[in-house]
Write a protein that binds this ligand. Structure first.
Ligand SMILES: *[C@@H]1O[C@H](CO)[C@@H](O)[C@H](O)[C@H]1NC(C)=O
Ligand SMILES: *[C@@H]1O[C@H](CO)[C@@H](O)[C@H](O)[C@H]1NC(C)=O
Ligand SMILES: *[C@@H]1O[C@H](CO)[C@@H](O)[C@H](O)[C@H]1NC(C)=O
Ligand SMILES: *[C@@H]1O[C@H](CO)[C@@H](O)[C@H](O)[C@H]1NC(C)=O
Ligand SMILES: *[C@@H]1O[C@H](CO)[C@@H](O)[C@H](O)[C@H]1NC(C)=O
Ligand SMILES: CC(=O)N[C@H]1CO[C@H](CO)[C@@H](O)[C@@H]1O
Length: 853
């Protein structure tokens, strides 16, 4: 049956590319003659030529939110004060892709909170009573893009009508950008989940995109799509619980071959990455690999699952079940059976009726009944569309109370200070500023293993089915999960919500024996949730009044930053004045505790392990610096903030953050000096200007620590030796570096590797930020040092990239975060309370010292 589908799709249709086909329009509404170009280099034309009737004005947005991906088309708009339309010539027998872009800013006298309107495309309702402002607020985004796929309209004109609501006084309509393009018919008859005999003819239905995910991979920009300018997002935010499985990437020896399937079904990168359950049969049998989406209640949805297998080549090696909304959609999914061979992409469509809860679940589980060779399940991509023949609209999502409260506070703040609203991320140089500092990231465990080889033990034992038999739902109201209609990506609820009961249970009523650290905000406990999953729980001091709003907002705002080398925030609890943050438990504790104890070097890590840890941490920092469209400066990079999981994978922790009235200048943030002595960038200290190079400096000190196994500052030593950075530089310049490296490493390090490493570390601690390498360059050098260490004769091959190659590509593009409003750092507020010098070091180190005892 699928072969047939492919054949149908294979009928060659013109691929859409930007304005390449005659039936393709990209209008920047309100753009002047000549149009403009967006950040991806795509051309947008003025809209007036297609306007047909209605009272409208064009207006420029009064402020440019820094998170806008580009000025065009968002900064100009067309505002309709009465019903108005655009009219496009189309072919009545073709399917069309329509995207509407909305940036709810103030346009001259028009306040976006008054924009309630409907949009129709001929007779199809796309939006009704739509508020872009409310939708964006609920999603913590600056702008919203809506994507529709319209079935043949049997008309030679498409009229898109904007109509201000008559229920709301002073309502108006606006739009910033319209993309319309003919598209190939991507859809066919699809089976209905739960009704074995039913199918739905989707060719005649209109679609609105709810989600489009590159499972196990990362953001794919419109220009990288296979001709349809779609955006594919990372799937991690949608994963349910801690049972995230493992991600896979196609290896060089496998070629992805589309065979007869047209490329426009999905781009190469979607099929080149996947997520599977892992290598352990027992663990896999115990949980479902699950994604949860917030959708409009009670509608009809099409889920398109994309698959491509690259490890197995035979039938019945992996067979799994697909559940949608807890109903069996497929008993025996065998990718090789569908595709015919490894490396061949394929996809499956399922239609499902949405629940009134507005949640849509997709889950995979091995199918033991078919006696497959391996018990695993796999997914490469997932698209979710809402279908209807007349009405695709849905209610506005409801912003959570905490966001609303927060914004009110912000507004008061703004009028007082007339500074632009931004949020601040920086490191928790100390816990002193309360929860705002530690709320950090809500990173769902993102575990990337390169290979899913049969029987391989590279997958970890910690992939317990976190939610398998959990009591908590993770979706309680109050956790900020209130997403409504057809937003293209950003579902909320990346963090799991825990009840106080859960926390009490996990920590045996906050038993003192479970305390593994103490910080300014309170204590850190070891805990166990879900029958055995270990976590670290930071509990606010119940007396502390600080940071309630910050705590909440930061979780909401920042929860989408995630990376294999950043410590994961699993969730939080807020109940009866208790606030807790639940982190992934790092069973090997801090990097520091494996390097030295007191002032005594420890012989726990080999040179290679140290290099790998440094490389991991460097990746984490690189991601912070470049992974989002803004730069996140950690501000407190040190060996106690680099934690190690059970596989010795390094993860950067303690992204403290604070919200404040910032002083953003070009490329730096001027702020109160924070950080830990011994690691502090002298330039930052002198000029009080923070750049990402300050992190590079601190990281240079971390590298020295890895090499010498001694603290960054040791006041008990003779004066010239107190500062590790100075002492290393002094010795390096004298050629006596060998004398001060950890004696345990002597004879272990190849000289080439040592030289490369030491040179790189030395550059990091250059006096001037400009002379320090970027995290990316540093990463390259560290990998090179590792390569030199590992190559048998000291002769090196090309620099090892493998994993990083892929991450590199994705990093610059991880746009999740780019949808947030700007982030910055520093606060006068912090000043009084901040004291993060090393006399407090034990306090600070304990914060992250999640020792496993
Ligand atoms: C599926 O089952 C889980 C656990 O029983 C439940 O929490 C969830 O709400 C169900 N999902 C749907 C969409 O019904
Ligand atoms: C997986 O999901 C299905 C459908 O909701 C459910 O019946 C099954 O019990 C789940 N399995 C596990 C191990 O959670
Ligand atoms: C289409 O939308 C209308 C209005 O929301 C609804 O009544 C109808 O049931 C929907 N049709 C399908 C097939 O979901
Ligand atoms: C329009 O949307 C707003 C905000 O979601 C809601 O409060 C209002 O009741 C809606 N009006 C209508 C007529 O549906
Ligand atoms: C589930 O929750 C109930 C009530 O909250 C509690 O009594 C029970 O012990 C919990 N079960 C588990 C396995 O945590
Ligand atoms: C801290 C930060 O990333 N600020 C950014 C805010 O947005 C502007 C405009 O995009 C950037 O230039 C800043 O770097």
């Amino acid at each position: 049956m699928h072969a047939l589908a492919y054949l149908l799709l294979a009928i060659s249709l013109p691929l859409l590319s930007n304005a390449a086909t005659p039936d393709s329009f990209m209008l920047g509404c309100g753009l002047g003659d000549g149009g403009g170009e967006d950040g991806d280099g795509r051309r947008w034309n003025p809209d007036n030529k297609y306007l047909s009737g209605g009272n409208s004005v064009t207006s420029k947005a009064s402020v440019q939110d820094p998170s806008l991906s580009s000025e065009v088309p968002y900064m100009t708009s067309r505002v309709f004060t009465s019903q108005g339309s655009y009219k496009f010539p189309i072919q009545g027998t073709k399917r069309y892709m329509l995207r509407l872009h909305f940036y709810p800013a103030v346009y001259s006298t028009f306040d976006p909170s008054n924009a309630f309107f409907s949009v129709t495309a001929n007779d199809v309702t796309l939006l009704s009573n739509f508020s872009a402002a409310i939708t964006c607020q609920a999603l913590s985004q600056a702008y919203i893009d809506k994507e529709y796929s319209l079935a043949p309209l049997h008309s030679d004109a498409l009229t898109i009508t904007f109509k201000p609501s008559d229920k709301h006084h002073g309502a108006f309509a606006f739009v910033n950008g319209i993309e319309l393009a003919e598209m190939p018919e991507l859809f066919d008859t699809a089976p209905v989940v739960g009704f074995p005999d039913q199918t739905v003819e989707t060719k005649s239905l209109h679609f609105v995109t709810m989600s489009r995910l590159n499972v196990g991979g990362s953001y794919i920009s419109p220009t990288k799509d296979s001709g349809l300018s779609r955006i594919w997002y990372d799937d991690t935010p949608y994963l349910y619980g801690g049972g995230n499985g493992v991600t896979n990437e196609v290896t060089a020896d496998v070629t992805i071959n589309y065979k007869s399937m047209p490329q426009y079904i999905a781009p190469f990168n979607v099929y080149a990455t996947s997520r599977s359950m892992g290598a352990s049969k027992d663990i896999n049998m115990g949980f479902n690999l699950t994604w949860v989406f917030q959708v409009d209640p009670d509608s009809m949805y099409l889920a398109r699952l994309h698959f491509c297998e690259y490890y197995y080549a035979k039938l019945n090696e992996i067979v799994f079940k697909i559940f949608i909304n807890n109903q069996t959609a497929q008993e025996d999914a065998d990718i090789i059976g569908w595709a015919g061979a490894k490396g061949v992409p394929t996809y499956k469509d399922y239609v499902v009726h949405g629940k009134s809860s507005g949640e849509l679940w997709v889950a995979l589980h091995p199918a033991p009944e078919t006696k497959p060779e391996f018990f695993d399940a796999l997914l490469n991509g997932l698209e979710l569309f809402k279908l209807n023949d007349t009405d695709l609209s849905g209610p506005n999502p409801k912003p959570s109370d905490m966001l609303v409260k927060h914004e009110e506070k912000e507004r008061t703040f703004e009028t007082k200070h007339t500074t632009k609203r931004t949020f601040v991320i920086g490191s928790a140089a100390g816990g002193a500023a309360g929860f705002a500092f530690v709320a950090a990231l809500c990173v769902v465990v993102h575990h990337r293993t390169r290979k899913r080889a049969p029987g391989s033990s590279t997958t970890t034992s910690s992939w317990l089915p976190l939610y398998g038999n959990s009591n908590t739902t993770g979706t309680k109201s109050g956790s900020g999960k209130s997403v409504g209609s057809g937003n293209l990506a950003m579902a909320q609820g990346l963090c799991r919500y825990f009840s106080l009961q859960d926390m009490l249970h996990a920590t045996q009523n906050f038993d003192e024996s479970n305390v593994i650290g103490v910080g300014g905000f309170g204590k850190v406990y070891k805990g166990v949730i879900d029958n055995g999953f270990k976590v670290a729980i930071k509990r606010s001091n119940p007396q502390s009044e600080q940071g309630v709003n910050e705590f909440q907002t930061e979780i909401e705002m920042l929860s989408k930053l995630r990376h294999k080398h950043l410590v994961s925030l699993i969730g939080f609890c807020e109940e009866e004045d208790e606030m807790c943050l639940v982190y992934d438990y790092m069973s090997h504790g801090t990097m520091r505790e494996h390097l030295y104890k007191g002032n005594k070097p420890l012989d726990t890590l080999t040179w290679k392990q140290r290099l790998e840890i440094c490389i991991g941490a460097a990746r984490g920092l690189h991601y912070l610096h470049t992974g989002a469209k803004y730069t996140i400066i950690h501000r407190d990079v040190k060996t106690t903030n680099i934690l190690l999981d059970e596989n010795w994978v390094a993860k950067v922790s303690d992204f403290g953050l604070s919200k404040t009235g910032p002083n953003m200048n070009q490329g730096h943030v001027s702020t109160v000096v924070k950080g830990s002595f011994g690691y502090l960038d002298p330039e930052y200290f002198r000029r009080q200007q923070l750049t990402e190079k300050s992190d590079v400096y601190s990281f240079g000190v971390v590298l020295f620590e890895a090499l010498c196994s001694r603290p960054a500052l040791n006041p008990s030593l003779p004066k010239e030796q107190v500062s590790l950075a100075e002492w290393v530089l002094y010795n390096k310049r004298r050629g006596t570096l060998e004398d001060i490296i950890d004696p345990n490493l002597k004879g272990q390090i190849k000289p080439e590797s040592l030289n490369k490493f030491a040179d790189a570390a030395e550059k990091c601690v250059s006096d001037l930020g400009l002379e320090r390498p970027s995290m990316n360059d540093l990463l390259w050098n560290l990998e090179f040092a590792l390569n030199l260490q590992e190559s048998p004769d000291g002769v090196t091959k090309a620099a090892p990239i493998e994993e990083s190659e892929f991450e590199e590509v994705s990093l610059g593009n991880n746009d999740m975060a780019a949808h947030y409003k700007n982030l910055s750092l520093g606060s006068e507020h912090d000043l009084s309370r901040e004291s993060s010098y090393d006399n407090n070091a034990n306090v600070f180190s304990q914060i992250s010292n999640q020792k496993g005892r």
